[in-house]
Write a protein that binds this ligand. Structure first.
Ligand code: GLN
Length: 362
């Protein structure tokens, strides 16, 4: 078994057994607290450029199945686990976790003291690291991806059309999770997934009834060029923003985002609907957040707040059918308490059909 080391920029070193691709790599080290869903995490494009630590101590025990993929190609830079099971047991399992890593060209470590690693990440808040074969010979750089390179790497390059249905949803793809598409198809929509750099004009030519702005990796403020497109789309069509999509709506209307101490990544983040007081469990994966005080209250009202740290979790435009959430209503992994967000969105799209209702709302 090849030995490997995760070296943090703060100096700590974590030894483990190398699994997956034998390739050294650097990136931001993050952790996810979900107990299941390792395959969905592995294939969630929002992890592009990051070294993902699984808090749950046993990974790979139910194997890998095509049904659980959130994208065709894992974008995460590397994974760190405690025990990586080599003999999965599940009727749908097609291969093992480490074989899947190898196939996808993703390096990883097993047998790491992930409790100590997570404690270190929490202490340092944001921390970068290097996955290397030897702790004295280090690779250069910390894994920099400037100017929206991460989104460029995971977005579709050509439009893709899925399903048939009365409502036509155009999803701007910043690195969408398949579960979002699945929920839209479940609502009987036709969905066109378009590259993240598609212009407002090109989208209008597709004659959509509603717009979804997907999740995606990296710092939302690197996508400044997209703000005017998003502003124009939200002024024309009912829009739902999810995670990065939510951050981009806020930014397009002049708000600001900031990096969180160590982000929210897991399947049990309680979120409160501020209008009803109801608390839902949500699935989350984000490192940035919209600064609530930077939101223009003449344009947006707060819909959801995180129960633990009170951070902003969702907003709604005061007059337009535009809503966005920082959490993942499609879950996977995680609870489906907020699945109703998709139903509500399609209801808004139906109500606004033809433009009349939308114009009235304006
Ligand atoms: N899942 C996402 O869309 C993540 C959004 C953004 N990259 C963040 O980390 O905050």
């Amino acid at each position: 078994m090849t030995k490997g080391y995760l070296i943090l920029e703060t100096g700590e070193e974590f030894a483990g057994d190398w699994i997956g691709e034998e390739k050294e790599i650097a990136g931001e080290v993050v952790f996810n607290t979900s107990m299941t869903g390792y395959q969905e995490m592995l294939t969630d494009p929002s992890y592009a450029g990051q070294i993902l630590t699984f808090c749950y101590p046993l990974i790979g025990n139910y194997g890998i199945s095509a049904n659980n993929e959130e994208s065709n190609q894992p974008a995460v830079s590397a994974v760190i686990s405690s025990e990586a099971c080599e003999e999965p047991s599940h009727y749908e399992s097609e291969t093992s976790f480490s074989a899947e890593l190898k196939k996808a060209g993703i390096p990883g470590l097993a047998q790491v003291d992930t409790r100590a690693l997570v404690a270190a990440i929490r202490k340092h808040r944001t921390v970068r690291g290097k996955l290397v074969f030897s702790s004295d010979k280090q690779i250069s750089g910390w894994g920099e991806y400037p100017d929206g390179a991460l989104v460029r790497g995971v977005s579709v390059t050509e439009p893709e059309v899925y399903g048939k249905g009365e409502q036509h949803i155009v999803m701007m793809d910043f690195g969408y999770k398949k579960s979002i598409l699945d929920y839209l198809l479940k609502q009987e929509c036709k969905v066109t997934v378009v590259p993240y750099h598609t212009t407002a004009e090109q989208i209008k030519n597709l004659d959509p009834d509603g717009i979804v702005l997907s999740n995606g990796p990296g710092d939302p403020e690197e996508l400044k060029g997209i703000y005017p497109v998003i502003k124009e789309l939200t002024e024309t069509y009912p829009t739902l923003g999810i995670c990065l999509g939510h951050q981009l709506i806020a930014l397009a209307y002049g708000a600001e985002t900031e990096k969180m101490p160590f982000g929210h990544r897991g399947g049990n983040h309680p979120v409160k609907d501020v209008l009803t007081g109801k608390v839902c469990m949500t699935s989350q994966n984000h490192g940035y957040v919209v600064k609530e005080e930077s939101l223009d209250s003449a344009e947006f009202e707060v819909l959801f707040r995180n129960v633990n740290d009170k951070s902003l979790e969702g907003i709604r435009h005061v007059s337009l059918p535009v809503q966005s959430v920082q959490f993942h209503p499609e879950a996977h992994p995680g609870p489906s308490d907020t699945e109703y967000i998709f139903t509500e969105f399609i209801q808004q799209v139906t109500n606004a059909k033809g433009g009349a209702a939308y114009a009235e709302a304006k």
